[in-house]
Design a protein around this ligand. Sequence first.
Ligand SMILES: Cc1cc2nc3c(=O)[nH]c(=O)nc-3n(C[C@H](O)[C@H](O)[C@H](O)COP(=O)(O)O)c2cc1C
Length: 359
Amino acid sequence: MSGSSIGVLFRVTTWGESHGPAIGAVVEGCPSGIDLIEEDIQKVLDRRRPGRIVSSSSRKEEDAVKIISGTFKGKTTGTPISLIIENKDVNSSAYEDIKDIFRPGQGDYTYFKKYGIRDYRGGGRASARETAARVAAGAIAAKIIFREGIKIIAYTKALGGIVIKLKGDAAKKISYDDIAGDNLMCPDPDAARKMEAKLEEAKLSGDSLGGIVEIIVRGCPPGLGEPVFEKMDAVLAGALMGIGAVKGVEIGAGFKVAEMTGSQANDPIAPDGFISNHAGGILAGITTGQDIVIRIACKPIPSIAKVQQTIDVQGKHVEFSIKGRHDVSAIPRIIPVCEAMVSIVLADHLLRQKAIAHE
Ligand SMILES: Cc1cc2nc3c(=O)[nH]c(=O)nc-3n(C[C@H](O)[C@H](O)[C@H](O)COP(=O)(O)O)c2cc1C
């Protein structure tokens, strides 16, 4: 009922609020004997941390992860793995002024209607702080999928209306090295500089920006996905839509299929494989063995310094502007979160496919 868990055989539960003492995750179903130390998870978490660039919040969290169960002598034991990350840089004073009002674009109104009580400090459970727990759990999932030869790369495709331009089929070849050195994890340096200028502009005007992240999964075997209610595309879309600020998910040609004819949209099959990939690597909810291609649309950060109109808990009109520390865009910090959610889904489905393995 609680909605804080995802997965069947590989199951992740996250817990914690933005301004509570800590956040964390419990990972169940991880096979035993996998090398796992805190540094493995820390490396991945460091990519999500705020404070690197103009688009990110000035909250300075170390995000130091501790493994408190499920490993012995640097290896997983097959028992539940508990991960904890302390919240250290907590400043709740900025939230006193807005504790009785519903901020537009946030979960304030809906959490209040659903639970009748809400932790208004930093967005509580709805805060992007919770995504650190997903990224930590995703680092474990990544270990399971990497050993099967699956690799995930995600990058900024658009920000503030500026879209990357890559020549030919360059997107198919993008590697981690192409984005690792860029602040925005963007493989097109010209577009990246324009995006940075847009972010600076938005910050100065007290506004925020949205964008698109593309995620490519390479080396995924055919056969993953559980028709009919847990088709791979359905589960991936659910996992990614479960990240705050994600308002759309496309697979393969995505919404463009609506304009195509059958002869354009179908991916012909030759003796040595598929000739195109409009399906984005998934047919009838099952992976084809081609690259899985996914895009998410990320809305602009709702916390903006501009004056906004809303109501308070009594329903009275209020005008206010947001103080506190906020990102200008969820991009690029959302990128490792997307990778984590895709890793968690694939790890679960790999283990489930092994359970029905056939010749
Ligand atoms: C990586 C990341 C960072 C975010 N940073 C902020 C932030 O600094 N301030 C804020 O108000 N919202 C931020 N958000 C967005 C909110 O968490 C989200 O918009 C809000 O909880 C409402 O949920 P919804 O957009 O899914 O409807 C961030 C989201 C992500 C994924």
